[in-house]
Design a protein around this ligand. Structure first.
Ligand code: PLP
Length: 409
């Protein structure tokens, strides 16, 4: 909670914030807070002020800051071995791939580090599968992608973004992608041709503003892809691993994609860990030398990710997200017409459209910060709420009290 008493007489935050901004490329516009410590759902700045974390590192911190089991796994591993490269096998690798494969119900795991790398990996795998298995003529593979997508920041990925900030000025763009409206099954069907190798979709669009497609859409895509011999690739980097109240957002429609693309929370908020998970008939198309990563599958990453997978195996976090998600939904529903025009939520994840007369999303986040809540706007006047799944019900309600006060005046 924001405690002015705790603030030192000469605050450190302004100088440290300015110093940080002075020597970095301005590819972000951070809130003026300088965090020094964090635990669970709370962060403390350099001046001792406490903030409830309602962003959770874009869902990289689903298990909260410094989860004891994950910290213990990391500490234990740090003292043994941290990096071998894939030129050699490390003794944590088998447990990681087995547990992640089991969680997904798939044969094989390809570990990478960041989300964008995992998406790139899925694109490469789908293309290779298209040429070698489906028989698409060389260089002709097409991938259907969704309007409003966010899959990362590499040159190939931004080329099929339709967000001008993400895309403009970074061409020429990689060919081979066709964009269709999100949530429109008929449009996806119409875009699929003989050379289509994959449909790449976020089961819920996170950066897009927590956009939930119409009921039946994912199941429809699954059916369509099976019928047309096209791989369904679900980018669950933000939506997966407990956030929505199920292990994967695709679980809400009992959909099993051909390729799971995972990241963010897989690294427990400690190290970047991402992966593509699929069956042998798909991931098996890669042979030595055709793809790789120096850091992918390193022992430290494996140790932390095994900790994450053990937490997920209990089902407790998924259940908690589902239960607290109902409270989140009820509270947001009560704000509609009171400074909130609309919201979308699933589990402990919400996109809240603030009435423009209240202020921009940025202004709302600044006002929340002054009240001890850290959240992030996305696309104009939408606030994304994604607290760590370990948040206590009282803290969640307190955070929502602050939001109600900010938007309701
Ligand atoms: C964050 C995100 C990515 C990119 O992950 P990075 O680790 O930042 O490269 C890709 N897809 C989705 C859906 C994301 O939310």
């Amino acid at each position: 909670m924001l405690d002015p008493q705790a603030a030192t007489s000469t605050p450190l935050s302004p100088d440290l914030f300015e110093a940080a901004e002075a020597r970095t490329a301005h590819n972000y516009h951070p809130l003026p807070v300088v965090v020094a410590h964090a635990e669970g759902a709370w962060m403390t700045d350099v001046d001792g002020r406490r903030y409830l974390d309602m962003l959770a590192g874009y869902s990289a911190l689903n298990f909260g800051h410094g989860h004891p089991a994950l910290l213990a796994a990391a500490h234990e591993q740090l003292d043994r071995v941290t990096l071998t490269s894939r030129a050699f096998v490390n003794d944590r690798f088998a447990e990681f791939t087995a547990k992640l494969g089991d969680l997904c119900g798939k044969d094989l795991v390809l570990p990478m580090n960041t989300g964008a790398e995992a998406v790139e990996t899925a694109i490469k795998v789908a293309r290779k599968w298209g040429y070698e298995v489906k028989g698409v003529p060389a260089g002709q593979a097409e991938i259907v992608v969704m309007a409003g997508n966010f899959h990362g920041r590499t040159t190939t990925i931004v080329g099929f973004s339709d967000d001008p900030d993400a895309r403009d000025g970074f061409g020429p763009y990689t060919p081979g992608f066709r964009t269709v409206p999100y949530g429109d099954l008929a449009a996806a069907e119409a875009a699929i041709g003989p050379n289509t190798v994959a449909v790449l979709v976020e089961p819920i669009q996170g950066e897009g503003g927590v956009i939930i497609p119409p009921a039946g859409y994912l199941a429809g895509l699954r059916e369509l892809c099976t019928r047309e011999n096209v791989l369904l690739a679900c980018d669950e980097i933000q939506s997966g691993l407990g956030r929505t109240g199920r292990t994967f957002a695709s679980d809400h429609e009992d959909v099993v994609p051909d390729l799971y693309i995972l990241g963010k929370a897989l690294g427990g908020g400690i190290v970047p860990v991402s992966a593509v998970v699929a069956d042998r008939d798909v991931l098996g198309v890669l042979r030595p030398g055709e793809h790789g990563s120096t850091f992918g599958g390193n022992p430290l990453a494996c140790a932390v990710a095994v900790g994450v997978l053990d937490l997920l195996a209990t089902g407790a976090f998924q259940e908690r997200a589902a239960e607290l998600g109902l409270e989140l939904r009820d509270r947001l529903a009560a704000m509609v017409g009171r400074g909130v025009t609309a919201f979308r939520s699933r589990g402990l994840w919400a996109g809240v459209d603030v009435d423009p007369s209240v202020g921009t999303g940025r202004e709302v986040c600044e006002a929340l910060m002054a009240r001890g809540v850290l959240a992030k706007d996305t696309h104009g006047s939408t606030i994304r709420l994604a607290p760590p799944l370990v948040v206590s019900p009282d803290d969640l309600h307190w955070g929502l009290d602050q939001l109600a006060a900010v938007v309701g005046g």
